[in-house]
Design a protein around this ligand. Structure first.
Ligand code: KG4
Ligand code: ZN
Length: 336
């Protein structure tokens, strides 16, 4: 092992997160969310970068304290290079640069999506490869064929909205807060998943589309609220359960097709939407049915976190990859 203690920094969207990785173990994984966006129903980039600015130092201190180490014990720094919001990424990158310079230690920039996949290695350091991973977050929905720890290829994905976006936009239509995924998930627990039917988009191969499902919810609400102004309040759990069922069923159908084509030795589920209780349960069952292990990280490693950044950083650093102080963030392009 080249570096035994790695500090991970994540700041790509609206969570400021810092972790301490030591010899394959996560000693600390601290995340500060940003309530400031709730009133706007979505992340406001300028407010996000300002909140990162005020959180980054206290969160770093908290992570070091929780890990019981001093900053001088850090051997390398891993940080999110992109994709994400430019201003937000810059806060994490500049923190990493400052620390690397002050400590005279190496740093490595990590692709946020590769890091979501690396979350699988926190609890399963040596999964069976090839592993087919369903990456479902607020900004991305991809099927990734993972051949070795950091060798991966996108074999399918959404052509429009991400699965998380489908939940967030639906929540907005149902006048729930942001982010909507957890609220729909919770309300769905007491609803009937067969109460309403939402059509699944027909997209060839392993690609997917989620923009239609949200539009069909929009039309359903418009028509039904026109007839009965109390419709939304009366049927909220049924709407959430049916919508969640439709999104999860679609994701599983595409994953099943990808398993048929690529014949993986394991399947993995990562990204913020993997916190969804129905998706987690159905994914376990899919693995069982297919006779291959289904890996799903613990909840704290599913949504944006810095433990996955430090873990991905470890594999890159082991491969001899480091970045100089001239490294720049990227907002869209993904190295995956
Ligand atoms: O990976 P993540 O934390 O951030 C991004 O990189 O996007 O994912 C956030 C997304 C949001 O769209 C949120 O609504 C969704 O994950 N999410 C959920 C659940 N928890 C978070 N979606 C459905 N069910 C959940 N329980
Ligand atoms: Zn993410």
């Amino acid at each position: 092992m080249r570096y035994s203690t790695i500090l991970g920094i994540e700041s790509s969207c609206d969570d400021t997160a810092v972790s301490v990785w030591k010899q394959g173990k996560i000693l600390a994984n601290i995340t500060a969310g940003q309530q400031v966006h709730e009133q706007y129903g979505g992340v406001v980039p300028e407010l996000a970068s300002r909140a990162h600015q005020s959180h980054i130092v206290p969160v770093t201190d908290a992570a070091l304290k929780a890990a019981g180490i001093s900053i001088g014990e850090v051997d390398a720094i891993a940080f999110t290079l992109g994709p994400g919001l430019m201003g937000s990424l810059l806060v994490g990158i500049n923190m990493a640069k400052g620390l690397a310079m002050a400590l005279n230690k190496p740093m490595v920039g990590v692709d946020h999506l590769q890091a979501h996949v690396a979350a699988l290695y926190i609890q399963t350091p040596a999964p069976a490869f090839p592993m087919l991973t369903l990456l479902v977050s607020g900004g991305h929905t991809q099927l990734v064929l993972v051949r070795s720890h950091m060798d991966m290829e996108v074999v399918g994905g959404t052509i429009d909205d991400a699965a998380g976006e489908a939940f967030d936009k639906a929540a907005k239509l149902m006048r729930l807060g942001y982010p909507g995924g957890p609220q729909i998930d919770m309300l769905a627990e007491t609803g009937n998943p067969q109460a309403f039917r939402f059509p699944e988009a027909r997209v060839p191969g392993l690609n997917m589309s989620f923009s239609g499902i949200k539009t069909s919810l929009l039309y359903l609400l418009r028509d039904e609220i026109g007839k009965n102004p109390e419709f939304l309040e009366q049927r909220l759990p049924d709407l959430c359960a049916s919508y969640r069922h439709a999104v999860v069923h679609y994701l599983l159908a595409k994953t099943t097709e990808a398993i048929r084509i690529h014949k993986p030795s394991a399947i993995g589920l990562v990204g913020g939407v993997s916190a969804n209780s129905l998706l987690r349960k159905s994914f376990w069952e899919l693995g069982k049915k297919q006779g291959i292990p289904a890996l799903i990280p613990d909840f704290e490693y599913c949504t944006d976190n810095a433990a996955m950044i430090a873990t991905a950083g470890h594999y890159l650093l082991e491969a001899g990859i480091t970045h100089g102080s001239d490294v720049l963030p990227f907002s869209r392009h993904s190295a995956v």
